[in-house]
Design a protein around this ligand. Structure first.
Ligand code: PMP
Length: 425
C-alpha cells in the first residue's frame, strides 16, 4: 500500500525553489560574484544590482528602498528588531543620563504574545533574565488569536515595543495587526509615548496583505525560504526614523545596520520569489482555501468508521468509538494552507513517522522546536488542559498540492489510526 511519489505537506517549514528563482540565482552566482563593497567595475555593478533587487522588494511592500535591511533569515530579523530597539534605548539612556550602573531604573518594557516563534520568545526571555527589559506575554484566546484590547491593557508608559506575529507557524491563525496598530497609535497619542510595532510576517507573506503603510507597523520580518525562494536570507523592514542599533559588528553594509558581505545571489532570488508570490497571491489563496475546506470536511467524513463526528467542523469532533479529532485554531481567521489537528492519545511523532513511511511529509510542531519533548507550547497556549500524551499534527499545503494528495493523505491517515487504535485506546 506504499506510494512511491512523495506528498509534501510541510510548506510552512520550507518551500521548494521556483524555477525562475533558480535561474535568476544561478545567473547571479556566476556573473555577480564580486564583493559589492569593492570599488572596481564588477563590485560597483554588484552593488547596483543589490539596489535594483532592494527596490523591487520595497515596491512590493509599499516601502522605501532605504527601509529594507537584508539579514540571514527571519530569526536574525526578529533578533535585530527586538534586541536592536532595546539596545538603542539603553544606549540613549546611558548617554543622556551619564549613568553607567545597572539595572536601568525603569527597565524598558516589551509586549508580545505567548505563541510567538522561538526567535522572538527566546530573545524576550534572554532580555528578561538579564534584567535588560521586562516583558508581558499576552495570552491568545482559545481560537489562537490575541484580543487587541488585551494588548492595549498590557501597554505601559515604559513600553517601547510591541511584537506580534502576523500569522502563527503552527496553527496558522492570523492576528488582527491593523487593530493592534490602531490601539498602539491611540495609546501613543494619549500618553505621549513612542511605542514601536514589530510584526513577524514569515508565515503570512504568501497569503496576506503586506502593504506596510496599510498595516500601520514600524518593522516587519520575513524570509525567502517560505516563499519558494532560497533559505538563509531574510529581511527586516524598518520604517524611516525608527531608533534602532545594530547587533552585529563589522563592516558598514546595509547602512551600518547589518555587517557582512551581502548575499547577492540570494537577494536576487528573494526579489524574484517575492514578485511571483505577489502576482499569484489572490489566485493561490482561493485555490488553497477550497482545498483546506475540503480537507477539513473530509477528515471528518472519510474517517467515519473510526470517528463518529458531531457538531460543527470548527469544533471538537467527538467520536464514541475511538477518540476525538480537534481542529486547532480559528476556522475563519487562519492561513488558507494550514490544517492543524489534535488526535488525543496518539503520539504526534508516531503519526508523522507513520505518514512519512507512506510518503507523506507533515510536521508535529514547529521544526525549530521539534527536538523538544512533549506538547507544543502553541497548542498548550490554546488548550491548557492538553497533556504530554496529546499530540497535534500540522498539514501545510502549498503550490504543488492537489486534491488527489489530500485524498491519499486522508486515506492513509484512516489506515494508520485504525492500526494504532489497538494500542492507544
Ligand atoms: N518566524 C516564523 C513565524 C517562522 O515560521 C520561522 C521559520 N520557521 C522563523 C521566524 C525563522 O525563520 P528563519 O528560519 O529564516 O530564521
Amino acid at each position: 500500500m506504499k506510494k512511491s511519489k512523495k506528498i509534501y505537506l510541510d510548506y510552512a517549514s520550507a518551500t521548494p525553489l521556483e524555477k525562475s528563482v533558480f535561474s535568476v540565482m544561478s545567473k547571479a552566482l556566476r556573473g555577480e560574484f564580486a564583493n559589492p563593497s569593492a570599488i572596481h567595475d564588477l563590485g560597483v555593478h554588484c552593488k547596483n544590482m543589490i539596489e535594483v533587487y532592494r527596490k523591487t522588494i520595497a515596491q512590493v511592500l509599499n516601502a522605501h528602498s532605504d527601509e529594507i535591511v537584508f539579514t540571514s533569515g527571519a530569526t536574525e530579523s526578529n533578533n535585530l528588531a527586538i534586541n536592536g530597539i532595546v539596545k538603542k534605548y539603553a544606549e540613549d539612556f546611558f548617554r543622556s543620563s551619564g549613568k553607567v550602573t545597572r539595572p536601568l531604573k525603569n527597565l524598558p518594557h516589551i509586549v508580545t504574545t505567548n505563541i510567538e516563534h522561538a526567535s522572538v520568545l527566546e530573545v524576550c526571555k534572554y532580555l528578561e533574565k538579564n534584567k535588560l527589559a521586562e516583558v508581558a506575554y499576552v495570552p491568545v484566546e482559545e481560537n489562537g488569536i490575541v484580543d487587541p484590547k488585551n494588548i492595549k491593557k498590557a501597554l505601559r508608559p515604559e513600553t517601547i515595543l510591541v511584537s506580534v506575529m502576523y500569522a502563527n507557524n503552527e496553527i496558522g491563525t492570523i492576528q488582527p495587526i491593523r487593530e493592534i496598530a490602531k490601539e498602539i497609535r491611540h495609546y501613543n497619542k494619549l500618553h505621549n509615548t513612542k511605542i514601536l510595532f514589530h510584526i513577524d510576517a514569515t508565515q503570512a507573506i504568501n497569503y496576506l496583505d503586506i502593504n506596510v503603510e496599510k498595516l500601520g507597523i514600524d518593522m516587519m520580518s520575513f524570509n525567502a525560504g517560505k516563499i519558494y525562494g532560497p533559505k538563509g536570507i531574510g529581511i527586516l523592514y524598518i520604517k524611516r526614523k525608527t531608533p534602532i542599533s545594530k547587533i552585529i559588528f563589522g563592516g558598514d553594509q546595509e547602512r551600518g545596520l547589518r555587517a557582512g558581505t551581502e548575499n547577492l545571489a540570494s537577494i536576487a532570488g528573494f526579489a524574484e520569489a517575492l514578485k511571483i508570490t505577489e502576482k499569484i497571491k489572490e489566485k493561490e489563496v482561493k485555490r488553497l482555501k477550497k482545498l483546506q475546506d475540503y480537507f477539513i470536511r473530509e477528515i471528518i467524513s472519510k474517517t467515519d468508521n473510526i470517528f463518529r463526528s458531531s457538531g460543527e467542523v470548527s469544533q471538537t469532533i467527538k467520536n464514541s468509538q475511538f477518540c476525538e479529532i480537534i481542529i486547532n485554531g480559528d476556522r475563519e481567521n487562519r492561513l488558507p494552507n494550514n490544517i492543524n489537528v489534535t488526535i488525543p492519545k496518539i503520539p504526534s511523532d508516531l503519526l508523522v513517522i507513520e505518514l512519512s513511511a507512506r510518503g507523506i511529509m507533515v510536521s508535529a510542531k514547529s521544526a525549530c522546536k521539534s527536538g523538544e519533548e512533549g506538547e507544543s507550547y502553541v497548542i498548550r497556549a490554546i488548550k491548557p488542559e492538553a497533556n504530554q500524551e496529546t499530540g497535534s499534527i500540522r498539514f501545510s499545503l502549498g503550490r504543488m498540492t492537489k486534491k488527489e494528495d489530500i485524498d491519499f493523505t486522508l486515506k492513509s491517515l484512516k489506515e494508520i489510526l485504525t492500526k494504532l487504535k489497538k494500542w492507544y485506546t
